[in-house]
Design a protein around this ligand. Structure first.
Ligand code: SPD
Length: 300
């Protein structure tokens, strides 16, 4: 038998896994879409050669990007927008809440949705027809979509790729300002914010863009074994609401009965940041507070 190994390189580091076969490989208008079978992590989705999700560890990422904000609402949220997330894992978790009346999934790449529906059935289960009547799937650019929304969603989840290629525009201050405007008064946003170990520059830049926009900006961390360095981060942002488990005990128990990573204790603990991550956030705060330097001669 041929011994096949795949390495995802990320800057000067890499994740190497044994592969038992290629399941899908197509180029969309936006990116290269691949699905492969790996021995340690099951089926894996890669976009432009970057690991997006795997059958074995997707639960960490999807539970943390969804249940941390959802269970931080004291009053059950009803309207949720997911930008990106074409694999369906995030909407699968959102739809566990009976309080949710409307979920919009806005994914730029229809081929990602099709590949996941065909080859990652457990992750994409919520995208299978017939759809839950609460779910609307839009194949379109989240940047354009959000510009047209005002006071429309209780929770907006940015389930993006890395800040390059099609995902790049989902990390700018302008985009975050549109998200802020699209949220209701008690609204919250969560977004994936890269590895604080291997993506220090990107991490600082993301928080530099978030801090001037939202009154509450709290990074939180977790372990996603197949993401660069294994240490991953998300941002919790709001107009004043704090990220603590505040949902009724009954709701928290009903959700925790399904989750494998999320617990109310993990929720609280994820915001206890290691010193080096605190230092990165302080660096972002310092640089976002810098006064705008005017061109020479323009100071008065
Ligand atoms: N470096 C990989 C970052 C991927 C984050 N998004 C994953 C999408 C899973 N729904």
């Amino acid at each position: 038998m041929v011994d096949l190994w795949l390495t995802e390189t990320h800057k000067e580091a890499g994740l190497t896994v044994r592969v038992s076969g290629t399941v899908y490989s197509e180029r969309s208008a936006f990116q290269q879409v691949d699905v492969v079978d790996t021995v340690p992590y099951g089926r894996m989705l890669l976009l432009d050669g970057r690991v997006m999700t795997t059958e074995q560890d997707e639960f960490v990422y999807h539970e943390m990007i969804v249940h941390v904000p959802m269970l931080s609402f004291a009053q059950p949220p009803t309207r949720v927008l997911v930008i990106g997330g074409g694999d369906g894992g995030t909407v699968r978790e959102v739809l566990r809440y009976p309080s949710v009346e409307q979920v919009v999934l806005c994914e730029i790449d229809g081929l990602v949705i099709e590949a996941c529906k065909a080859h990652l059935p457990d992750i994409s289960v919520a995208l299978r027809e017939p759809l839950d009547p609460r779910l609307t799937v839009i194949v379109g650019d989240g940047i354009d979509y959000i510009e047209r929304q005002h006071n429309a969603f209780d929770l907006i989840i940015i389930d993006s790729t890395d800040p390059m290629g099609p995902g790049e525009g989902l990390f700018t201050e302008t985009f975050y300002r549109h998200v802020h405007r699209a949220l209701t008064a008690h609204g919250m946003m969560t977004a994936q914010t890269e590895s604080p170990v291997l993506d220090k520059t990107e991490f600082v830049n993301i928080y530099r863009n978030l801090l001037p926009v939202f009154s509450v900006v709290k990074p939180y961390v977790g372990s996603v074994p197949t993401y660069p360095s294994g240490m991953w981060s998300w941002a919790f942002c709001s107009k004043g609401e704090t990220p603590l488990p505040k949902a009724p005990a009954q709701t928290i128990e009903a959700i925790a009965a399904h989750t494998r990573y999320y617990t109310p204790e993990v929720h609280t603990a994820a915001f206890a940041l290691p010193g080096f991550v605190q230092a990165l956030v302080a660096q972002a705060a310092q640089s976002s507070a810098q006064p705008v330097v005017l061109a020479a001669g323009g100071a008065n």
